[in-house]
Design a protein around this ligand. Structure first.
Ligand SMILES: Cc1cc2nc3c(=O)[nH]c(=O)nc-3n(C[C@H](O)[C@H](O)[C@H](O)COP(=O)(O)OP(=O)(O)OC[C@H]3O[C@@H](n4cnc5c(N)ncnc54)[C@H](O)[C@@H]3O)c2cc1C
Length: 328
């Protein structure tokens, strides 16, 4: 029996509850989508969502773009994904929003039953690594939005998750400050975190130890590792640039060897190494007792399904694919 009461009608199963439901492997898996830019990309995303539904994903998250530009797209895609049906986690950032606007967006999420919320600050529009300047009548830190939500009776149905950073957030002066700020979000009312992508499992384990040691109560809340299966050097470089993660030397060497001086010609080899590495990381994380694994899919199903297959959690890509509605 689950410890969680059934969610109210028209409300999502809370993510923490979803993590305890039966799953196709030793730990549940979940997926991240980004609101697509055009109809063809949206069609691909929806087919991937169907495939992940059929593979038994425990939830799907939908990101929120910079500058509020993705407000409507995030809402629309999250609502669509939730009808798959997939338990849906909708992201929200502070970027470009006043507090009254944030309240309006939160109400729009609630109106659509989107009660799983990932609260983020976001990065400055234009240059994500540039200086952060808060809006007039806006907020500066994710912890402030959590405090705001928790103080309002009308938002009591939201279950809140946050971002955590195995290598420390790139703006945090040191790991100790990073731990303090992450704990501030958990103490303010977040129930779990999803990590930034990382490529060295030790970083995740150290984050888990740091948080639990600093605050056994709030620091021991679930930390869901975020993994991105590497499918090309170009996408890895872009993601590393945005996330501040570092490629461990041994992995860099494996990928360089696979590229053999020509990344384009040897794309398949690079991809093969990427899938192998993600599988190895997932195996170690599972043996370390993680609460689930969150895959950054870039809206494609194949690479994630290949990793799941290696883990014994999904049929092989291609064979039996017609059993999945998203068979492509
Ligand atoms: C799982 C995941 C999902 C994401 N999804 C999105 C998305 O959908 N859209 C998007 O735009 N971005 C997304 N991001 C990126 C995220 O918005 C950036 O990494 C952003 O720079 C930090 O967001 P945060 O919520 O951790 O910010 P915060 O927790 O507010 O921290 C921001 C910075 O301020 C520091 N800090 C926090 N509190 C204080 C304080 N009281 N005093 C001084 N410094 C403080 C922190 O150490 C950090 O350096 C995601 C990241 C992750 C890991």
């Amino acid at each position: 029996m689950s410890d969680f009461p059934p969610p109210a009608v028209g409300r999502q199963v809370p993510v923490r509850h979803a993590l305890t439901l039966p799953s196709p492997g030793p730990v549940p898996f979940s997926v991240e989508f980004m609101p697509p830019r055009d109809d063809a990309a949206e069609e691909r995303l929806l087919r991937a969502a169907e495939a992940f539904h059929d593979l038994g994903a425990s939830f799907a998250s939908v990101t929120y773009g910079a500058g509020g530009s993705s407000r409507d797209r995030t809402l629309r895609i999250a609502e669509r994904v939730s009808r798959e049906p997939l338990t849906t986690l909708v992201h929200l950032t502070l970027v470009g929003h006043t507090v009254p606007e944030l309240r309006e967006i939160l109400r729009a999420y609630l109106d659509r039953g989107l009660t799983n919320l990932l609260v983020l600050r976001g990065d400055p529009p234009g240059d994500p690594l540039g200086d952060w300047t808060p809006m007039e009548d806006g907020l500066s830190y994710a912890s402030e939005l959590i405090e705001f939500i928790r103080a309002e009776e009308e938002f009591a149905d939201f279950e809140i998750g946050i971002a955590s950073f195995p290598e420390g957030h790139f703006r945090a002066p040191d790991l100790e400050s990073d731990t303090r700020y992450t704990l501030a979000k958990l103490r303010a009312g977040a129930e779990y975190s999803i990590t930034q992508m990382f490529f060295d499992v030790d970083h995740y384990l150290r984050l888990r130890d740091r948080l639990a040691a600093a605050d056994p109560e709030h620091g021991s809340k679930p930390i869901i590792p975020g993994l991105m299966p590497i499918t090309s050097m170009r996408s890895v470089r872009r993601q590393l640039e945005l996330s501040g993660s570092v490629l461990p030397a041994a992995l860099d060497e494996r990928l360089t060897r696979a590229a053999a001086g020509d990344e384009e010609a040897n794309r398949d080899e690079i991809r093969k190494v990427g899938i192998e590495v993600t599988t190895e990381m997932a195996e170690r994380l599972i043996s370390e007792g993680v609460p689930g694994i969150h895959f950054m899919t870039l809206n494609f199903a194949r690479a994630t399904q290949e990793v799941l297959h290696n883990l014994g959690m999904a049929p092989a890509w291609g064979t039996g694919q017609d059993m999945l509605r998203g068979g492509f």
